[in-house]
Design a binder for this molecule. Structure first.
Ligand code: NAP
Length: 278
């Protein structure tokens, strides 16, 4: 029987634990989201983050700036947030307007408040196998596998995609957890040859239902990171249902990795709060 890796159930369990921890604290974790301009998708993401913070008893604020704000002015705003001891986590919602260099802005966030785990210091620490903030989607995937007691030690994990926010950090995280990891990308020759060897297949490619039954071996565990909207308004992933059918376990889209991403962001914010002043 195929196990469904239900991200809603796993994220609820994590949120419940966070809530219980926070209830015992007099001060509350405070997450600030920096939002530049009026991107509609960003507005939706920010609303979801605020809602989730509320659910677990965190404080959250959104700092809104006009799309014409200069990079220098945004640096100054970040300085204020970095120096405010009542703020524990800072996220800069991407994308930023074209005249602002997103990497330089991320580099300006204090690493101990970088709950998105995008700062080079946190990325470097992850690759050195040291404690750091890990970006939310990869951390959420790891927690999802843990929730369902899927052991990664000595397993061959194949990651499809090498983005800085999913592919590379999930590969590093699983390598640190003693999996054997293969990373594939758009220039990989014979993708199917690699994916067919996976005990655990993590797909973050951004191409609707690319991975069909021909790409997987029987009994594989599939984590489908992709999100795509169908013409009828429903959602689907980077993996075709024919591949799910051969798997021993898979994360569905929706209700798989998506809810775990938010739960992981809350975990990072709690960690930033607990490590404050250290
Ligand atoms: P991305 O930045 O576009 O990266 C896609 C990666 O896939 C790149 O490394 C690219 O290779 C590789 N690729 C493209 N075509 C390929 C092919 N034919 N064969 C093998 N590899 C190929 O995407 P992303 O930000 O990682 O996101 C991936 C998907 O996950 C998207 O659908 C996104 O919406 C979704 N997502 C979901 C969540 C969530 O919370 N559920 C979070 C983040 C992302 P190159 O490097 O060579 O170009």
């Amino acid at each position: 029987m195929t196990l469904i890796l239900n991200g809603v159930a796993a994220s609820q369990a994590i949120k419940e634990q966070i809530k219980q921890t926070v209830t015992q604290e007099r001060e509350k974790p405070h997450l600030v989201v920096v939002l530049v301009g009026d991107n509609l998708a960003s507005e939706v993401y920010v609303k979801n983050k605020e809602k989730s913070c509320k659910e677990v008893g965190f404080m959250s604020s959104v700092k809104r700036y006009d799309s014409t704000i200069s990079q220098e002015a945004l640096f100054k705003e970040l300085d204020k947030l970095n120096n405010d001891k009542d703020i524990h986590g800072i996220i800069v919602q991407l994308p930023l307007p074209n005249h602002i260099n997103a990497n330089e802005i991320i580099d300006h966030i204090a690493p101990h408040k970088d709950v998105d785990g995008f700062h080079p210091l946190n990325v470097g620490n992850l690759h050195r196998g040291q404690s750091s903030f890990v970006s939310a989607t990869p951390l959420g995937i790891l927690r999802l596998l843990e929730f369902y007691s899927i052991d990664v030690v000595s397993k061959h994990v194949v990651v499809v995609g090498r983005s800085n926010i999913v592919g590379k950090p999930i590969a590093a995280l699983l390598l640190n957890a003693n999996a054997t990891v293969t990373i594939t990308h758009s220039k990989t020759k014979n993708l199917m040859h690699h994916t067919k060897q996976a005990d655990i297949l993590i797909v973050a490619v951004g191409i609707k239902q690319l991975i069909t039954e021909e790409y997987v071996k029987e009994g594989v565990v599939i984590v489908d990171v992709g999100i795509h909207r169908n013409d009828d308004g429903t959602l689907c992933g980077d993996v075709h249902p024919s591949a799910y059918a051969l798997s021993s376990a898979y994360s569905p889209v929706p209700k798989g990795v998506g809810p775990m991403t938010i739960a992981a962001l809350l975990l990072n914010t709690l960690q930033a709060f607990q490590e404050r002043g250290r």
